[in-house]
Design a binder for this molecule. Structure first.
Ligand code: IDC
Length: 331
């Protein structure tokens, strides 16, 4: 073979091996969010990864697993991961029809949680186990059930490095920060008996909006605690957003464990412009952010289009305008 030809051949070979992602020789990447970032923890006002770099959870929350458990499956979670989602929040309503504390089948709901946690583990995604209080406005109402539940799940998942606990979705009505703190101190200790390290999210008064109350009197003597701020951009605007700026000055670790660009009802108008304003702040501080909710219910907060009935094999095209907005913001 002449010299020129062999140089050309080598160059072509090198180009295919090094430059091409889809060549026979390229190794498939098995890196996942959890394999890269490891166990998360709280440092100052930030959530950080194993290298202590600020880490942003980009999540989709399920709707109530009490009614939409079909979306809790590994295939669907993998589809979301491909869209840039690194965290799934498993929302388990405690009250309402089929609620964990209001006549729902406890063993079955725990199985759905287990399926979700294991699917996230297998995909290398983070998972939030959300004790979704809502109509039972004060978390102390069902504290006995909460103790049993969090004792069980923290024992089951103590060896997992991808599990986060959200112990009271949205306290509301007349529930005060003092009420929540009392509940949180009890439940955090229950979890810590099994798991010393997992990040724990505590809801704040007025549907997880009053992070200022938490900043004035944070929980003492516990590590890896974050405080929840929830927003629905068509309802909640600068007045709520500015609390992030104020509480950061006080060093409060805030997580947006639920949000949407719809109205607070979960439906009505969507406000993309206001959503973008929220994301300016979210990106500036690398705040973790979980969008409500991964289902096709006919309401504007739903992340899947109402006419899409599949529960796996999702592509971006299947997402609603709201779903597409979040994927765009997360990428
Ligand atoms: C809404 C759901 C809706 C359901 C309702 C009552 O979108 O389909 O009928 O709950 O169960 C929250 C809550 C969340 C709400 C959501 C929208 O955490 O459970 O979901 N929202 O109202 N806080 C603010 C808004």
């Amino acid at each position: 073979m002449n010299r020129r030809l062999s140089i050309l051949l080598i160059a072509v070979l090198l180009f295919t091996v090094v430059g091409g992602q889809n060549t026979l020789w390229a190794k498939p990447s098995n890196k996942t969010p959890v394999s890269i970032h490891g166990r998360l923890k709280v440092k100052g006002a930030n959530l950080v990864d194993k290298k202590e770099k600020t880490f942003m959870l980009k999540g989709f929350s399920t709707h109530g697993i009490n009614w939409f458990e079909q979306y809790v499956n590994q295939n669907a979670f993998r589809d979301l991961k491909k869209m840039g989602i690194n965290c799934i929040r498993l929302a388990m309503y405690t009250s309402d029809y089929n609620g964990y504390c209001s006549g729902g089948n406890k063993a079955h709901l725990e199985e759905v949680i287990d399926r979700g946690v294991k699917a996230c583990k297998a995909e290398g995604m983070y998972v939030i186990i959300d004790w979704h209080i809502l109509n039972d406005s004060n978390p102390n109402t069902n504290i006995e059930d909460a103790k049993v539940f969090f004792h069980k799940v923290s024992a089951k998942y103590k060896k997992y490095n991808n599990v986060i606990y959200e112990i009271c979705n949205e306290p509301n009505g007349s529930t005060t920060w003092e009420d929540i703190k009392k509940y949180a101190n009890t439940i955090i200790n229950v979890i810590r008996e099994n798991d010393k390290k997992a990040v724990i999210i505590v809801g704040t008064p007025n549907w997880s909006q009053r992070i200022d109350d938490a900043a004035n009197s944070p929980i003492k003597g516990q590590k890896n605690i974050m405080y929840a701020l929830h927003f629905y951009a068509a309802t909640h605007k600068y007045d709520l957003r500015k609390l992030i700026l104020e509480t950061r000055k006080k060093g409060l670790p805030v997580i947006i464990s639920e949000c949407n660009i719809s109205e607070a009802s979960g439906s009505g108008l969507i406000d993309v412009a206001e959503g973008k304003k929220w994301f300016k702040v979210i990106k500036k501080y690398k705040l973790s952010c979980i969008a409500w909710s991964f289902c096709n219910k006919d309401e504007t907060s739903a992340l899947v289009k109402p006419n899409i009935s599949k529960t796996k094999g999702f592509t971006k095209k299947n997402l609603s305008k709201t779903g597409k907005f979040f994927v765009k913001m997360f990428n």
